[in-house]
Design a protein around this ligand. Structure first.
Ligand SMILES: [Fe+2]
Ligand SMILES: [Fe+2]
Length: 264
């Protein structure tokens, strides 16, 4: 199921498949013994549509959120992040299937993948209302970098993707909601509020399973987290942090504050 989603290029087809597979997973969980966790080789890069054109971040034009065009660009960037997140969550399921995990691990990431699919569709609706669509603008090419860097490192993947990148989403989403509130765009506000609420869960799944694996290997989570983020994340973390939501997601300050400093 995961590999099928990863190999599907079109955004709408990918998210439709993702939601259908999530529904059958949860239907089987209700019905009795869970579906068997198979083994597979996910693609190094998930299939993506021909549009948007992917550019290096410095070549993606910056637009001011004070204009309607700027807000479309912002929504387009969010749609791109959500589609990437669909792939990231199915990828963690497929890529590390040789490590025996409790069934709840799969429940969490299937649910997260389902939610990302919903997020992509919500934002696509907002784009459509503004006469645009996903693919109309250029997008960031570096989104799969974290997945590539941690393709061989399960704990590294959990540290960098949910606990750094998705946690960053918790820091910046309130500001984005404010932009659309100010411009009186209620549907965009509502959609971003759904995303904001559900993303806390994704970060929480990350810290839950990261702590679980540390416990399994009798390692100190904070020490391991610092080492893995320094190894795989190519920058320091940037405040301000959403300390309240990070706490709700099981990320204490001593995990992220030390990573704001460059090591000599
Ligand atoms: Fe999302
Ligand atoms: Fe997420």
């Amino acid at each position: 199921m995961a590999v099928e989603v990863l190999n599907c290029a079109d955004g709408v087809a990918k998210t439709t498949l993702s939601r259908a597979h999530a529904a059958s997973w949860f239907a089987s969980r209700e019905a009795g013994p869970a579906l068997e966790i198979g083994h597979c080789s996910p693609p190094s890069f998930p299939a993506r549509p021909d549009q948007p054109v992917l550019l290096s971040p410095r070549d993606v034009p910056r637009r001011k959120p004070g204009t309607p065009a700027g807000r479309i660009a912002l929504l387009h960037a969010v749609a791109h992040i959500e589609l990437n997140a669909v792939d990231l969550h199915w990828d963690i399921i497929a890529r590390f299937s040789d490590v025996k995990m409790p069934i709840g691990f799969y429940d969490d990431w299937v649910k997260a993948a389902d939610e990302e699919s919903k997020h992509f569709n919500l934002i696509c609706e907002c784009l459509k209302d503004r006469g645009s669509h996903y693919g109309a603008l250029a997008a960031h090419a570096g989104m799969w970098r974290a997945a590539e860097d941690t393709a061989e490192d399960f704990m590294g993947r959990l540290a960098v993707v949910p606990m750094v990148l998705e946690a960053r989403g918790l820091d910046v989403t309130p500001g984005m909601i404010e932009i659309f509130r100010k411009s009186g765009e209620a549907k965009a506000v509502e959609s971003l509020e759904v995303i904001y609420r559900e993303e806390v869960g994704h970060v929480a799944y990350g810290s839950k399973w990261f702590n679980f694996l540390c416990g399994r290997h009798e390692k100190d989570p904070k020490v391991v987290f610092h080492a893995l983020v320094r190894k795989y994340f190519h920058s320091t973390l940037r405040p301000p942090f959403n300390e309240e939501k990070r706490a709700e997601a099981g990320l204490p300050p001593d995990f992220y504050w030390p990573l704001t400093e460059k090591l000599e």
